[in-house]
Design a protein around this ligand. Structure first.
Ligand code: ATP
Length: 356
């Protein structure tokens, strides 16, 4: 069934937003623009302020300072219902005593949409979301995945151009979560929705987002496309947070200057010795035996992942993890590491900001 995209899903802008709760600065001077019709993900560890930011966009909470604009309009004093958005939560928030159909239609009944139109929209959304056979059931008779689909259907049927989602997949098992990621993304594209999606799961963020906002302690660490965030993290925090296993980050001094020169010679000699060096596990290579370049290491452990092998290696002062194809011949007990010159990330030790 053809569903035409909603007209002009608007841009969301946050300007110098702060929100404090007594001793806690949940959000600290956040300025971001989330373009209309895009899938934006708010990503960060527990307590970094993701839900607080989403609630401010929704109008469920008011900022201590700053402005939320939707489609250019200042939302100060505008109630959630006036903001043109729907919401989906982790808890589904379905009414247990209502049927699936009644749950999906609930918002429309409240808004006094006519019966004929309700029936037409219900049929369309039920078909689109594969819920046609379940409309008469009560939520208790549905699986977790089906309940989440009902919660989504309720958001979709509202035909509001913005959909805010707070960890909507976290109650599902891993396989269903992976399926729903694809489904959700397809739905967002098809309807042209502006989605703001909260998660602490980097895989969810990387696979679904047009752009990711990485938050840490109430501040924006980086905003960018998934590839940008992965290939060019702006801070050591982002470098550590994105990537599985995470980037190896160690004081530059632990890499040893002679070896660095051998591996690419791109490290400016003037850098302080406390500068942080970052190398992704998959960027590390085994140097050909007998060459004198590279960083001498010793194997101290390994983890078999099927396609890949994670190898833990120790230098004089630090431990690193490298990812190798499991089918490749394993390196000897002692060998040297190399990496391409552009694989080395450098961060200031004090601010954590990227240097190159
Ligand atoms: P999680 O992933 O655990 O849900 P989050 O990134 O969504 O975390 P928030 O819920 O936005 O984080 O909370 C940010 C900070 O603000 C936390 O330190 C939290 O304890 C605090 N906080 C949030 N809401 C309130 C409140 N109503 N009263 C007091 N402190 C609050």
């Amino acid at each position: 069934m053809q569903i035409s995209p909603l007209p002009s899903a608007p841009e969301i802008r946050c300007e110098s937003l702060s929100r404090g709760f007594e001793a806690v600065r949940a959000l600290d001077n956040v300025s971001i623009t989330l373009p209309g019709g895009q899938f934006s993900v708010l990503l960060g560890p527990s307590g970094c302020g993701k839900s607080t930011l989403l609630r401010l966009i929704a109008g469920l909470d008011a900022p201590s300072a700053g402005v939320v604009r939707i489609g250019g309009r200042d939302m100060g004093g505008v109630a959630p219902v006036g903001r043109g958005l729907s919401m989906v939560f982790q808890s589904y928030a379905l009414f247990p005593h209502l049927s699936v159909a009644e749950n999906i239609l609930f918002g429309l009944s409240v808004r006094r949409v006519g019966r004929a139109e309700q029936a037409e929209r219900l049929a369309r959304v039920a078909e689109m979301m594969g819920l046609g056979a379940l409309l008469a059931r009560k939520p208790a008779a549905l699986s977790g995945g089906q309940q989440q689909r009902v919660a989504l259907a309720r958001a979709v049927i509202s035909e509001r151009p913005i959909c805010l989602m707070d960890e909507p997949l976290s109650n599902l098992d891993a396989r269903l979560r992976a399926e729903m990621r694809v489904e959700l993304r397809a739905l967002q594209r098809r309807l042209g929705l502006s989605v703001v999606y909260v998660t602490h799961d980097q895989t969810e963020a990387m696979t679904m987002a047009d752009q990711i906002v990485v938050l840490n302690a109430g501040r924006v660490e980086q905003l960018g496309r998934p590839e940008e965030i992965y290939t060019r993290p702006e801070t050591a925090f982002v470098a550590r947070f994105i990537g599985l296993p995470p980037m190896n980050i160690l004081p530059l001094v632990d890499l040893g200057e002679a070896e660095l020169d051998g591996a690419g010679g791109l490290v400016p000699q003037a850098l302080p010795r406390s500068t942080l060096a970052g190398l992704r596990p998959e960027a590390l290579r085994v140097a050909p035996a007998g060459t004198h370049t590279g960083l001498p290491v010793r194997r101290i452990g390994q983890e078999y992942l099927g396609a890949d092998l994670l190898l833990r290696v120790a230098t004089g002062g630090a431990t690193l993890v490298m990812r190798l194809p499991a089918a490749a011949p394993p390196p000897p007990e002692r060998f040297s590491l190399t990496w391409a010159p552009d694989a080395l990330h450098l961060f200031a030790a004090d601010t954590g900001r990227r240097l190159t």
